[in-house]
Design a protein around this ligand. Sequence first.
Ligand SMILES: [Zn+2]
Length: 265
Amino acid sequence: MLTQVADGVLIHESEFCQSNAVVVQGGAGVLLIDAGVHEDEMSCLVSDLSELGHTVVAGFSTHPHWDHLLWHAGLGAAPRYGTARCAATAGDRLSGGVDAVAKAAGIPEEVSLDLLGLITGLPAETTQIPWHGTGIRIIEHHAHAPGHAALLIEERGVLVAGDMLSDVLIPMLDLNGIGDPIEEYLTALRLLEDVAGDVDVVVPGHGSVGRADQVRARIDQDRAYVLALRDGTDPSDPRIGPSAKPGWEWVSDVHAGQVQRLLRN
Ligand SMILES: [Zn+2]
């Protein structure tokens, strides 16, 4: 089921970790950001789009994690973009074969991997999605994953945040990168803060859509968590511990794992 979150912007929510696929209406068709996860859900999205008479003219993956790199044959053969670094990382990780990645990443068996990761990297200096539709600014940074990008749908006031600014997931740092993961995350949050005044709706990769009053609150909440990680203090974050939403208790384990990894670094 498609839900409108702003004029010309709709989301399709997955049962897998409350993932949000985002549909942006353009002149000649729609842009589809992070298409979805389960086969039946993407089939549902295909029929929802066809009922509305929409053709997918472009795709975009916010970052090179498997749940953001999937596609369905029924969505057609439009170009699927990501940042250059996202595409390169996805290519590297998949070079050993899809099955090896699926096993290592623990991808559920019912997920179809046929079209996983077939994305085209946009040249590094690209600041807008190349399509015949409303302007969409690419805000690239290195916080959650290499080549991670948030997208600002400028005239609609929508920020598609990728795996940041979630009400259920804490900041998950890229602890395998070459840079300082804490500093990179703080820099990314500053980039999002720079555009926050233009945002009426924030769509996280996983979790609930937030309205204007939530944008800065979520940035602040993510920053407080990252600073607590840096300083080795208790984050007292509602997304972990007893206040975590039912079904999201595992996020506390992610937190514990991050604390351990940073102690070892
Ligand atoms: Zn991710």
